[in-house]
Design a protein around this ligand. Structure first.
Ligand SMILES: Nc1ncnc2c1ncn2[C@@H]1O[C@H](COP(=O)(O)OP(=O)(O)O)[C@@H](O)[C@H]1O
Ligand SMILES: [Mg+2]
Length: 445
């Protein structure tokens, strides 16, 4: 049976809490002071410790720092004051989560259920190093390189909290996937995850999209409209390309983050919203501030948890791991077993990948289409050090489907003519529309 330790200086609260924890199938000890707590820990290491932040003889954080509470104990801080600063500090020091009082019982139960569920596995695997996740993947993200391991650790730590997260990284490094992964790993995973690309929507519409509007609040506002914040209630809102958001709106956004309330355009009532915000940018945030594209106060608010997405060129062997993965997916989908030649892999490994994982995925997809069985450098585009585009003839095995022959012929012709679709259609003797239709079906699903 898993073991819990509850630490709080309020005896009534403590006994109610202990009862609740026991009801979840834990043996439970209690302590009213840091000193008591330390004595309990030395007696028996708990699997989970729920610790009040303010104790008569010190801070719950001190207990967290104690060596006795090693990786074996999940520490959850409880705080009566909405003291997010200390909670965030606690998370940085290794706390698994924090709860604000009055406790959200549902959330407490789900934390306990998590602890209980990893129990038997953790015991069975004690000989191995305590690895919180399967090496080489976290949620939707793949990659086993050291920068990715560091990223997983950050994501794991911050996911269960409600802290805003700021994802900073070049285009194609996986910011979207990281945001979804954070949501999946959070207690909000069953509530909506709503992405909004601030760069892709007209600045005049962002405000009402985000905050909603009341009927008749502006010309065209025929009906009352709920904004993203309200629709994402209890879930996660992903604000991509945040520096593209008009600066006046950034003020409003900051206010929502600070008060937890939104006011619809044309409305006068504030509605409370429980939304976790994840923002992302592919710019250097400080530079965006200097250029007046991003408000400094908003940056500070988001910066509580800045997360840097490593570019692919710093991820070593991940290039091959990802290339194999993408190829495997395509093979599975098409019922083929195409393979990279060593030559091709060498070229993939030495390319600098300015477009990061997105570029790699596209390259693999095109190479897959072009290849017979082996993916040779002839299937790779020139930017990647391949010979694609210079291909003057194609080879097919007898038994290749017409569909595949057609696909490879179209791609090779297109590439031989620098991507010019009109010319390609002419040469192939099909209409431009037919060509577009075909190319659409080749796209990644
Ligand atoms: N670590 C990764 N593992 C698997 N696929 C990835 C990874 N990073 C990015 N991708 C893929 O690369 C493409 C771009 O990722 P995305 O998250 O949209 O990047 P960004 O938002 O940073 O531009 C997507 O198709 C995504 O599935
Ligand atoms: Mg993106």
């Amino acid at each position: 049976m898993p073991h819990a330790l509850a630490v709080d200086d309020d005896p009534n609260f403590l006994s109610a809490l202990a009862e609740l924890i026991e009801g979840q199938g834990f043996t439970t000890n209690t302590a009213c002071t840091l000193r008591d707590a330390r004595a309990q820990v030395s007696h028996r290491t708990p699997d989970v410790a729920l610790v009040d932040l303010y104790l008569p003889d010190g801070s719950g954080i001190d207990l967290l720092k104690d060596l006795e509470l090693g990786a074996a104990t999940e520490v959850v801080l409880m705080t009566g004051h909405a003291d997010v600063e200390s909670a965030v500090q606690a998370l940085r020091l290794g706390a698994s989560d924090y709860l604000t009082k009055p406790l959200d019982i549902g959330r407490l139960k789900s934390i306990l259920a998590n602890v209980a569920s990893v129990q038997p596995a953790a015991q069975g695997a004690q000989a191995q190093t305590a690895e919180p996740q399967e090496v080489g993947r976290l949620g939707l993200l793949l990659g086993a390189s050291p920068p990715m391991q560091a990223l997983y650790e950050m994501l794991n730590r911050v996911a269960p909290t409600d802290a805003s997260v700021f994802l900073v990284g070049e285009s194609g490094t996986g910011k979207d996937l990281a945001a979804q992964t954070l949501h999946m790993l959070s207690r909000r995973s069953r509530a909506p995850f709503l992405p909004l690309n601030c760069g892709a929507i007209s600045p005049t519409l962002i405000e009402s999209e985000l905050f909603g509007h009341e009927r008749g609040s502006f010309t065209g506002a025929a009906r009352r409209h709920k904004g993203y914040f309200e629709r994402a209630h209890t879930g996660t809102l992903f604000l991509d390309e945040i520096s593209e958001m008009p600066i006046e709106l950034q003020v409003k956004l900051l206010r929502v983050l600070e008060t937890g309330e939104v006011v619809r355009i044309g409305g006068d009532q504030a509605a409370p919203v429980d939304v976790r915000v994840i923002a992302a940018t592919n710019r250097d945030p400080q530079k965006a501030v200097n250029e007046g594209k991003l408000r400094e106060d908003l940056l500070y608010r988001l910066q509580v948890f800045p997360i840097h997405m490593p570019p692919l060129r710093e991820r070593g062997d991940d290039v091959q791991l990802l290339a194999d993965y993408f190829l495997g997916q395509l093979n599975e989908r098409q019922g083929t077993d195409k393979v990279f030649t060593e030559d091709s892999l060498d070229r993939l490994r030495t390319h600098s990948w300015p477009g990061n994982v997105r570029e790699l995925k596209n390259v693999v997809h095109r190479a897959f289409i072009m290849a017979d069985h082996e993916i040779t450098p002839r299937c790779l585009p020139r930017e990647v050090g391949g010979d694609f585009g210079s291909v003057r003839s194609l080879n097919f095995q007898v038994g290749t489907s017409i569909e595949e022959v057609e696909r490879r012929l179209i791609m090779a012709t297109l590439d031989a003519h620098g991507g010019n679709k009109r010319k390609t259609a002419d040469i192939l003797g099909v209409s431009l529309k037919t060509l577009y239709n075909r190319l659409n079906t080749y796209r990644e699903p």
